[in-house]
Design a protein around this ligand. Structure first.
Ligand SMILES: [Zn+2]
Length: 463
């Protein structure tokens, strides 16, 4: 087993203490963190360890993206930028995703994971995988890349989105019982694989695409398999209208009806939560996956995140998808999250750089049900570690490193990334994937997708 000594620089353990260790060291033994502390504390125990010079850098826990669409990475810049959610899905995203085959799904996942690793994301929750994207191929990419991922199998049995009925194209519709069968098969095959880096969850489609009976079944299966559930919830106002019309209730009432509140229940967006909903989320340990860039770009609204945090809701961060963000860079997302709350409340004190860093690390780990293993740099936890270089002009001068990370840095500043004690990125080079090949494949597969959808589409004119 390899031991590494990350030596020098600032260490931000995010261990709950909000401390910053100046000129610190992190000692890694195999897949675990052995020690975190000042140079003087750690050096005497580091004999035989390979030294990695991290002077002038910031060392943070691996970032956890709690809401990702792996299959949408190929659609960055493809879907027009100026649409609200329902036409964006109905007229564009589903049309494209509906022609994917397994090779397209794999190429998109590889591109997405390449970007995530290079920008410091070490773990993610994929919202839902349609069978046409090819679960096995995507799981193979996760395994090969070294990243940690929750892969959720789509559950759906209706064709609508919220109040809009029958708007999903036939190519995107899946049969409810088929979804359950594939989930069980993939769970058996992949859950806990790749040294425990892969988990298989249930990824419900949004309200309007899941019948009551499938909701109940999903909750039951999640209990039986001791697994997580994720979904899009209260992303746009139409969702609220749907909950009210269909169930006579609000957001938390709708989830409660189907026994879907609790730990490892991760709901993306939650833009339209009221205080009662937030209290229910907090009481039950339900996670909100906040996606500020996506909510801004699609004009969905501003989630009341600072209120959620004040009331004790576990809020993680998510980059969402290629055509809604349009990046999978969690460092940029932290800044968006912080700035958006300040402007929502007209109060710059409502959220701090520490708050958003905690959301991007510990809260994400808790969302996955793995706070005992991930989310902070602490003795005994898994060695999922990111080294951010503070050498570019845009992160100079070296001052408060947490402020620099959130407000000045971007994923471009990530130098090294370790998952499970193994370097997956070193000196900005991804070691586990062939970057040139992944990019070439992505371009090739977008061409294939366009030719399948409509060869006359001119991307230079879709704005
Ligand atoms: Zn999403």
């Amino acid at each position: 087993m390899t031991r590494y000594l990350l030596k020098g620089g600032f260490i931000v353990p995010v261990d709950g203490s909000r401390r910053i260790i100046r000129d610190g060291c992190v000692l890694v033994d195999g897949d675990r963190i052995e020690m975190v502390g000042s140079r003087d504390e750690v050096l005497p125990y580091s004999a035989g360890a390979e030294v990695v010079d991290t002077t002038g850098c910031l060392i943070i826990p691996g970032l956890v993206d709690t809401h990702v669409h792996l299959a949408q990475a190929l659609l960055r810049g493809v879907v027009p930028d100026n649409l609200t959610l329902i036409p964006w899905l109905r007229d564009w995203v589903w049309r494209f995703l509906g022609v994917y085959d397994r090779e397209d799904g794999k190429a998109s996942a590889a591109l997405c994971i390449l970007e995530m690793l290079k920008t410091g994301t070490t773990a993610f929750i994929e919202i839902h995988l349609h069978s046409r994207y090819g679960f096995d191929g995507i799981a193979e990419v996760v395994k090969q890349s070294g990243i940690r991922g929750v892969l959720s199998k789509t559950f759906m049995d209706m064709k609508g989105y919220a109040t809009e009925e029958n708007i999903m194209p036939a190519s995107m519709i899946e049969d409810g019982q088929e979804c359950i069968r594939e989930f069980k098969q993939m769970h058996k095959k992949w859950n806990g694989q790749a040294d425990g880096r892969i988990n298989v969850w249930i990824g419900l489609r949004s309200a309007g695409a899941v019948s009551d009976s499938l909701f109940y079944e999903a909750a039951e299966i999640a209990r039986e398999y001791d697994t997580g559930i994720t979904n899009h919830v209260a992303e746009v106002r139409e969702d609220l209208e749907y909950y009210r019309k269909a169930y006579g209730t609000g957001v938390a009432g709708y989830l409660e009806k189907f026994n879907m509140l609790g730990e490892r229940r991760v709901y993306a967006h939650c833009v339209w939560l009221n205080e009662d909903d937030m209290r229910k989320f907090a009481e039950t340990g339900t996670t909100v996956a906040h996606c500020p860039s996506s909510n801004m770009k699609l004009g969905s609204g501003i989630a009341p995140v600072s209120d959620m945090l004040r009331l004790g809701v576990n809020v993680g961060l998510g980059c969402d998808g290629g055509p809604s963000n349009d990046s999978y860079d969690m460092i940029r997302e932290m800044k968006m999250a912080a700035c958006l709350q300040k402007v929502r409340t007209l109060d710059p004190t409502v959220i701090s750089a520490w708050d958003v860093l905690t959301m991007a690390t510990r809260n994400g780990a808790r969302a996955m049900g793995k706070l005992n293993m991930l989310g902070s740099l602490e003795k005994g936890k898994k060695a999922d570690i990111v080294v951010v270089s503070l050498k570019r002009p845009s992160v100079t001068p070296i001052s408060n490193p947490v402020s620099l990370l959130v407000y000045a840095a971007s994923g471009e500043d990530v130098r090294d990334v370790m998952v499970d004690g193994k370097f997956v990125v070193r000196d900005k080079q991804v070691l586990t994937l062939d970057e040139e090949h992944v990019i070439k494949q992505a371009n090739k597969h977008l061409e294939r997708i366009l030719s399948k959808v409509d060869p006359s589409i001119d991307l230079l004119k879709t704005m």
